[in-house]
Write a protein of this length. Structure first.
Length: 333
């Protein structure tokens, strides 16, 4: 009769005489010819000979083993009757079991969770645990917490983007622009807001818009504001490839002002990550203040003003443009 051994913890490898480590892929039991059986058999496909633990053999079968120069004898532990006698001519003692006594030898191996994971199409850990709990599968060892390399490759949709450490050396050398769409229209009729972030100082401007087409006129007015108030020229604009930024009027405007237009690749928002992250920051501040005040509506310009009063970004070595004369640092107290 063949049954599968219950689930328990077993070593994942064995060390042989030359010091090499051989992996254990499963466990089971073996029914040997005669009144013998072996419990908790370790299955190691890379081993070249079947090794037998004398202590486990005597414990499982309640027998004693005697070695002499000619061979080995297996005797019943209580009656001392000889159950098996095997003569050995080589350097090792071998058990020569006759198959005519009790049929052929049977070995049933219980696969490890890693083997089941590979057989069943690489399901998740929770799925394997559910299958083991319902006795759909039987595992020989506890679940392995190591990551499956094939799962990581098969489930990746794209390679990770490297973290950018670039920083503009002067204010308004590079600005980042992006447009956020609100799920609801505000009480003032605004559905969008435009984010403009200075790459050097991380100073932020937000402009509420009623329609997307207002984005370019707002950017052109921002250029005039920078030129008048700060005496600077915007040299580069980083944005996505939305039509509110990339159109004939905007390209002609940037060309006339000598401004470089840098657009991210389609479906690659990570290339415009600074503006994307700033939108998330503004939205987080907005929601937090609204929840704290138990309000449903708020103004993003107020929250943008609060953000801009905070100290500069920790990686920025330049001060905010509004902290230069004739403007004064904000009094937060």
């Amino acid at each position: 009769m063949v049954t599968v051994s219950p689930s328990s913890s077993f070593p994942s490898s064995i060390i042989v005489g030359n010091g090499a480590t051989l992996p254990v892929v499963g466990t089971g039991y073996s029914v040997l010819p005669g009144p013998f059986r072996l419990d908790n058999v370790l299955v190691a496909p890379d081993i070249i000979r079947n090794l037998l633990s004398v202590r486990k053999f005597t414990t499982d079968n309640l027998v004693s083993i005697e070695f002499d120069p000619l061979g080995v004898s297996v005797k019943d532990l209580r009656t001392r009757n000889t159950l098996l006698r095997c003569n050995s001519t080589g350097p090792l003692y071998t058990l020569q079991l006759s198959s005519s006594t009790a049929g052929s030898c049977a070995l049933v191996a219980t696969p490890s969770p890693t083997t089941w994971h590979r057989r069943l199409g690489h399901p998740g850990k929770a799925t394997l645990q559910n299958l083991a709990r319902t006795s759909s599968i039987i595992c020989s060892k506890p679940a392995d917490d190591s990551l499956c390399h094939a799962c990581q490759l098969g489930r990746h949709t794209r390679l990770p983007f490297a973290t950018s450490m670039s920083r503009a050396s002067k204010n308004f050398d590079l600005i980042h622009c992006d447009l956020w769409t609100s799920p609801t229209i505000s009480v003032s009729g605004f559905k969008y807001y435009l984010v403009i972030l200075d790459d050097c100082s991380h100073f932020l401007w937000t402009f509420p818009l009623r329609v997307k087409s207002d984005a370019f006129p707002t950017i052109s007015l921002f250029f005039a504001h920078v030129s008048t108030q700060f005496g600077c020229t915007v040299k580069s604009v980083q944005c996505d490839n939305g039509r509110e930024f990339d159109n004939s009027a905007s390209r002609a405007f940037f060309l006339a002002h000598g401004t470089t237009l840098r657009m991210s690749c389609p479906y690659t928002l990570q290339q415009n990550g600074k503006a994307e992250c700033m939108i998330r920051t503004v939205n987080n501040i907005t929601r937090t203040l609204l929840f704290h005040a138990s309000c449903l509506l708020g103004r993003c310009s107020c929250h943008c003003h609060l953000y801009s009063q905070l100290p500069p970004h920790q990686n920025s070595k330049h001060e905010h443009p509004f902290l230069r004369p004739p403007w004064q640092p904000p009094l937060l107290s």
